[in-house]
Unconditional design. Structure first.
Length: 228
């Protein structure tokens, strides 16, 4: 089961990020084609061999590919830098809207990950309530959003104040800020993994006690007696 999870992470997340980072300029179209073919092929294989679809991962892959596509026609690194600022702004808005609509992106990733481990919807929702993971999901989303907004401010200052000549001088600051926030995000991620360790072990899944919803019983006899 863990192999399925690792396979999804490699195909839907790591592969597109690595390929798009390595291939620059107009050659980026080849990375887009490769990512699309791998994603479609893997999704079809998984759909018919394992009878599952990782919706959140497919959405991430699709959005990331769409975001990277316009960079094919951008030859100037400065304009790519400015374009990245717009993408970060849209990402921040997307995270805020999903939170307002109670569709936290990390909750969706979590649910899809546990479905890969053959957990049912009831088991997944009960582990979220049992371990109070809603707070963790919104905490990591808030930190990620602050991370993005901070990078936006640094990049915007560099692009406007320093221009084409000196915009890259803020690169070290961007890396430093990203490292700090990524460490905070990793710490929260580790705390979530520790809370759901019994599920990831698989063998303990059957022995786990899940929270049952309270049942309300209406006593019609009681009301019948009151009406007499």
């Amino acid at each position: 089961m863990k192999k399925k999870l690792i396979g999804d992470i490699l195909v839907y997340f790591i592969a597109p990020i690595v390929l798009c980072s390595l291939i620059k300029g107009q050659n980026k179209i080849y990375s887009i084609i490769i990512i699309t073919m791998i994603g479609i092929g893997y999704s079809i294989i998984v759909r018919y061999s394992q009878y599952r679809v990782n919706i959140s991962a497919i959405i991430f892959l699709s959005i990331y590919t769409i975001i990277q596509s316009p960079k094919i026609s951008l030859n100037d690194n400065y304009y790519i830098y400015v374009y990245d600022i717009y993408c970060l702004i849209l990402t921040s808005i997307f995270l805020i809207i999903t939170n307002l609509l109670d569709k936290n992106i990390f909750k969706l990733f979590y649910m899809d990950a546990l479905k890969i481990l053959n957990c049912t919807n009831n088991q997944i929702l009960n582990t979220i309530k049992r371990n109070n993971l809603y707070r963790e999901f919104y905490k990591i989303t808030s930190i990620l959003n602050i991370h993005i907004l901070t990078i936006i401010l640094v990049k915007t200052h560099a692009a406007i104040s320093l221009g084409k000549v000196g915009y890259l001088t803020s690169y070290n600051m961007e890396v430093f800020i990203s490292v700090i926030f990524i460490l905070a995000e990793i710490i929260i991620g580790i705390s979530i993994i520790k809370k759901i360790k019994p599920i990831l072990d698989g063998r303990n899944l059957k022995n786990m006690k899940f929270i049952k919803s309270d049942t309300r019983v209406i006593n019609f006899e009681k009301y019948r007696n009151l009406n007499k």
